[in-house]
Design a protein around this ligand. Sequence first.
Ligand code: UDP
Length: 321
Amino acid sequence: MDLIQEGKVKRVLQDPDSAERVIIEFTDAVTAGDGAKKEEFSGKGNVATEMSHYLFGYLEGKGIDTHYVKKLSSNQLLCKKVTIFPVEVVCRNIAAGSFCRRYGTEKGTPFPEPLVEFFLKDDEYHDPLITADAIIRLGLAKRDELEFMKSVTLSTNYYLGEILKQRELILVDFKLEFGKTKKELIVLADELSPDSMRIWDSNTTSMDKDVFREDKGDLIGAYNKVFEEIKKAKPQDVEQRTESIQVIVEPKSGIKNPPGEVTKKALGRLGFAEVEEVRVGKVFVITLKRPLTTEILNHLAIMNLKLLSNPISETNKVRIE
Ligand code: UDP
């Protein structure tokens, strides 16, 4: 099998049976601090494979598109071949790790709402925090793609958080990667294991890679314990998360817009002389029954053309937030 890529803890191999599939092979390596600290733990590849297999399947069942196809062996997953966006998407519920180092926040401080951050995947520059605008300016992803990834990250946070909560485990933070398939679908990729998540038990004891980062004991024992607990949870009891998106329809500039003209005159009478033009459009707030997928966005584009807007006189944009 041809090696496509060798990472710090995984290998990506070409599936000999399909050009559009890859085999992800998990090794027993564990790394921290940009690979500065590295060790082998027997059984780690297995538990990361099993947990990724289980959690990707769970998320797919809840309507999230992933690259996962099936488990091939105790350390190999068959996945769709994707082009990975060079950004890591981190979601935090509680302050820990680099967030505390950056802002001096006390570890364990809960956030009123989940926080989504982007990091540039670049070892040479130590994966720096990056803004959405910088990602767009660098041409690494488009704005709507980032909004989409953020939305899927928040859905993932909800679904992972709920299943862990059933077993009195706390999802502190996690990192996701996304990729684009040949058919231009954006899907959740990479892996899902305590290698890329912080999970605490009810006493705030780490059950994840922090055990290794901070030399706190039995890493594989912690990973296996988390997996045992996840398997005892009941995915069917996790309620479906709905999601709201907005379609904003604006009359094009230069096209007659009588309500806008009336509003402009009224504003002028009230003394707002600085108003040059007012165009009155409309906003559709659409609540979806399930997490956003590229397919739903494509449906929305068709809905837009057929019903929500008139492409000759109006522009429309979709806001996912
Ligand atoms: N994370 C990861 N890979 C990375 C960086 C972070 O899987 O290259 C995960 C990490 O395990 C944690 C979350 O993303 O669950 C947030 O990590 P943070 O930014 O706090 O960095 P850390 O201090 O963990 O390196």
